[in-house]
Design a protein around this ligand. Structure first.
Ligand SMILES: *Cc1c(COP(=O)(O)O)cnc(C)c1O
Length: 385
């Protein structure tokens, strides 16, 4: 336990090794894996996660923004690549080019400014042209592409056409099947247009975790894998589909993250008393509660009031009362010996029992992605085997 903090996260090195090894089962030969580490490496701690991933042979990292790119840049070895999939302000383009940081270009202003910056510093900019295929978020529209291609051709000594890419609008839900198929058709057309323009991007890439699993043809030259490397399937639908196909019966991936704290106090509450703020929990009998120094400020959602479950002494106990900013109370009436200082597991294993992020997030109505990325950046992350 770190002295200053009230809870901490353990990040398992061997679980990541297992997952990366396992992912190779469904990633086609020769396809590069880009490890998506936006959102503080999905809450795992970017600076903690990146070196672990490099140890597993990963040498390509994707982030959303320039501030995240800077953090990755400061954590990687010489031969890893950083790619910004979202925003970099024009003022930071020179910095990116100077440091070999690749970035998405999805609108004309960014393209022109990247060209100017590359000319100014006399170094080639490695850009990924993102095309709009139907998500209606970022990406060049079809009718903008001829001008983009012309500019790339005229300036090949300043701009390297590193990638051609798009993103699917929810490949993890079969309900989106038709929409995704339409996006794929559009992307195929774009590929033809690029070739017809005499251009040859080094990498074509479209697939996130769900798309890599569900649409293997669209793995193309590179897959951008986020959630799955951390040991989670994007949602239950994809997990069940995958298990059915493989005739397996449990998630073959391993969760990296465990969230732990310790009991800060134990006390008795008499029949008829309320616990915590307000009147949301009434003790119907004499009970014993334990107080745990974790609350919504630490990422333990307020929706878990009177609903959440944690593990103490290898047993499941329920949150009683409202989640406070920094504390929760749990009912330990039926746990024999609970003492101040006992280990509490909020996510992960204790003894034979486990609280998975997904069961946790069902209660809190947060998906894996949201719960993970809301874990505060300042919680200590300790690497364990
Ligand atoms: C977040 C993101 C990914 C990774 O998504 P996962 O579902 O976590 O695999 C891939 N591509 C883009 C553009 C993203 O923003």
């Amino acid at each position: 336990m770190k002295i200053y903090h009230t809870s901490y996260l353990e990040i398992s090195k061997s679980a990541l090794e297992h997952n990366i090894q396992y992912l190779k089962n469904f990633i086609n030969d020769g396809v590069q894996i880009s490890s998506v580490v936006k959102g503080n490496a999905y809450g795992h701690g970017l600076e903690v996660f990146v070196p672990l991933a490099e140890n597993c042979g990963i040498n390509h990292f994707s982030v959303f923004s320039a501030d995240e790119a800077l953090r990755v840049h400061n954590s990687i070895s010489e031969n890893s690549t950083v790619m910004i999939m979202g925003l970099i302000n024009n003022e930071k383009l020179e910095w990116a080019i100077e440091n070999n940081i690749e970035f998405y270009v999805f609108e004309p202003d960014r393209l022109e400014k990247a060209l100017e910056a590359a000319k100014r510093i006399g170094k080639i900019a490695k850009i990924h042209i993102e095309v709009e295929t139907g998500m209606n978020r970022t990406g060049f529209a079809m009718n903008q592409l001829p001008a983009v291609f012309q500019l790339l051709k005229n300036n090949s000594s300043h701009l390297c056409f590193k990638g051609l890419c798009t993103h699917f609008a929810g490949a993890e839900n079969i309900a989106n099947y038709y929409r995704i198929k339409k996006q794929q058709e559009v992307f195929r057309k774009v590929i033809k247009k690029v070739a017809a323009a005499g251009l040859n991007p080094e990498q074509k890439h479209t697939a996130c975790s769900a798309a890599a699993l569900r649409y293997p043809k669209f793995q193309m030259d590179m897959v951008r894998l986020g959630i799955i490397q951390y040991g989670f399937f994007p949602n239950k639908e994809i997990l069940i589909e995958y298990l059915t196909k493989k005739k397996e019966n449990k998630n073959p991936l391993q969760r990296l993250i465990t969230w732990k704290s310790r009991v800060m106090d134990v006390k008795k509450v008499k029949t008829g008393e309320f616990v915590g703020y307000g009147t949301s929990y009434l003790a119907n009998s004499d009970i014993k509660i334990a107080i745990i120094p974790v609350g919504y400020a630490h990422g333990f959602s307020r929706n878990l009031s009177n609903q959440g479950i944690v593990l103490i002494n290898g047993q499941r106990v329920s949150v009683v009362g409202t989640v406070s900013m920094n504390m929760i109370t749990v009912d330990v009436t039926y746990i024999n010996s609970v003492e101040k200082g006992d280990e509490v597991v909020l996510v992960g294993k204790q003894g034979d029992l486990e609280i998975s992020v997904s069961s946790f997030s069902e209660f809190s109505e947060q998906v894996n992605y949201e719960l993970l990325t809301r874990l505060p950046e300042n919680l200590p992350r300790l690497v364990v085997d």
